[in-house]
Design a protein around this ligand. Structure first.
Ligand code: AMP
Ligand code: MG
Length: 337
């Protein structure tokens, strides 16, 4: 390895965001351009999002290289999010990665999106060995490193928490605005809630289920008997308490000294304060990944690409097909053993 600096260009395209990040092996984020697809109705249609990605890819790439002040010749390796995610979206990113790699004769690394969220969090928050709660529009995961892999200590059995909040918000007639996702609008309304309306709290073993909670909340909404503010407040209280319970048990079980919170839902202040409390009860250091690195972004893919590349891992072109259901606990993590 020596002192040789490695530069990696990372492409993220698992869902609604197309992003290119460029990172060097000393942990410097040279650029991280995110272009989000916002559909007028909210929600993500995989093929519409994929079309967005292919339309903006060239522009985002050019801007990233320009802002980082590097040419393709100075890029040593290309990383892309190989999964999990939406097939059409993933394929767009993979195609861009493969085209660049073969034209410029660079090695490529297929990165697991969930691993990338953890690794950029460790870098940004200077954490050694955290338990991580990753909560977003597409994922709900409690994970920590043990014996060569990121093990799953809890996950959703049905829909992700971000999706639960988004679907409820859409049912309530709310619409996302640029820079203000549906979850943030729910949070704003929830802060004006006064009454805790009973809703189903579903934790099974270490796993979570949000679909019954969502259905019940929608039923109460349609009944017209409750203020929307109270329903937003109650939905958040119940869903976040479920997340906090599973996270707390995982923390007690693994005895990790650090708790990391990441993903789009990590911007929520109520969720943050609940988890901060959990961490302090167990004497663990708590950190939230800064927003631009907690959202889906190319820098996290690039950084994880560097970690993999430096431990001798690359992805042969013939194995670079996308993996929409790729689980975090299937991925070997040689850089931590
Ligand atoms: P990601 O999937 O990581 O891109 O994050 C998007 C998800 O985060 C969507 O489900 C958003 O509604 C959700 N989100 C964004 N801001 C907030 C917030 N302040 N509170 C709760 N959820 C949020
Ligand atoms: Mg996103």
């Amino acid at each position: 390895m020596g002192n040789e600096e490695t530069v990696c260009l990372g492409i993220e395209s698992t869902a609604d965001d197309f992003s290119v990040g460029i990172v060097s092996s000393d942990g410097r984020i040279m650029t991280n351009i995110i272009d989000a697809f916002v559909s007028p109705e909210g929600g993500i249609h995989p093929r519409e999002a994929a079309r967005h990605h292919s339309e903006v890819a060239g522009r985002v790439l050019a801007r990233a290289l320009d802002e980082a002040g590097v040419s393709m010749a100075e890029v040593d390796v290309i990383a892309f999010s190989q999964g999990p995610g939406m097939g059409p979206c993933l394929r767009t990113g993979a195609t861009v990665a493969r085209a660049l790699a073969s034209y410029f004769e660079k090695p490529i690394v297929g990165v697991n999106h969930c691993v990338a969220h953890v690794e950029i969090g460790r870098l940004a928050c200077r954490m050694e060995d955290p338990l991580t709660l990753y909560v977003s529009g597409g994922n709900t995961l409690v994970t920590a490193y043990e014996a060569g892999r990121y093990r799953v200590f809890g996950e959703t059995l049905d829909i992700p928490i971000g999706n639960c909040l988004d679907v409820f918000a859409r049912e309530a007639g709310l619409r996302p605005e640029p820079g203000k996702p549906l979850g943030a609008i729910v949070e704003e309304l929830a802060s004006k809630g006064r009454e805790l309306v009973p809703l189903p709290y579903v934790v099974k073993g270490m796993d979570l289920s949000f679909s019954g909670l969502l259905t019940a909340a929608i039923r109460l909404l349609r009944s017209g008997r409750y203020r929307l503010e109270d329903l937003c407040f109650s939905l958040q209280e119940v869903a976040f308490a479920m997340l906090a319970e599973v996270t707390e048990r995982a923390l007690a079980h693994t005895e990790k000294g650090e708790l990391l919170l990441t993903g789009g839902v990590a911007t929520n202040k109520r969720l943050r304060s609940m988890l901060e409390h959990v961490a302090s009860e167990h004497g663990a250091r708590f950190a939230v990944v800064p927003k631009e690195l907690a959202l889906d972004n190319g820098a996290m893919i690039a950084w994880t690409g560097i970690l993999a590349y430096k431990s001798g891992l690359t992805t042969p072109l013939g194995e670079s097909h996308v993996r929409p259901k790729w689980r975090i606990d299937e991925v070997p993590i040689p850089w931590r053993s």
